[in-house]
Design a protein. Structure first.
Length: 158
């Protein structure tokens, strides 16, 4: 599996990927408003097509994963991308890697916990606040669960 830095890929491919999977490159979460196409990250390609993409931001001794997508489940793409970010975070002397997901994203909660992340904080009604900036965020998410809260997860790096 070849992993590339997003800066080495054509920007239009990154933007198209986010439009397809998120509606736009803009991510609105309680930690900020981000243009994911402008963030650092890594991608996995199959031939010329992005099949996995992670973006992150490093502030002081914290690395925050802003987005993670894999179009082919069960192949280790997401795991490889998270490991790539963790390795970089260690090199940059980060103490933790953190991320935010929504209460309906049971697959993400399972995925990250299996990889050593723990639940650290619930931000009640955070998605209602995010909708003020990005109203196209759906009201109902995975498995018919209303999307209301954000859940912060962290992993302490050794």
């Amino acid at each position: 599996m070849n992993i590339y830095q997003v800066e080495d890929l054509p920007k239009y491919k990154i933007i198209e990927f986010f439009k397809l999977h998120w509606g736009s490159p803009e991510m609105v979460i309680s930690s900020g408003i981000y243009d994911c196409s402008a963030l650092d990250g890594f991608a996995v390609l199959n031939e010329d097509k992005i099949i996995g993409l992670i973006t992150y931001l490093i502030k002081n001794t914290e690395c925050e994963i802003i987005s993670l997508d894999s179009t082919e489940e069960g192949r280790g793409i997401g795991t490889s991308l998270v490991q790539e970010v963790e390795n970089l975070a260690k090199k940059k002397n980060c103490r933790i890697v953190k991320l935010i997901t929504t209460n309906d994203n049971l697959l993400a909660l399972k995925f990250y916990q299996k990889r050593g992340f723990i639940l650290s904080k619930i931000i009640h009604n955070a998605v209602e606040e995010a909708r003020k900036v990005k109203p196209e965020i759906p009201l109902i998410g995975n498995d018919g669960i209303p999307i209301k809260d954000e859940i912060e997860m962290v992993k302490v790096l050794r």
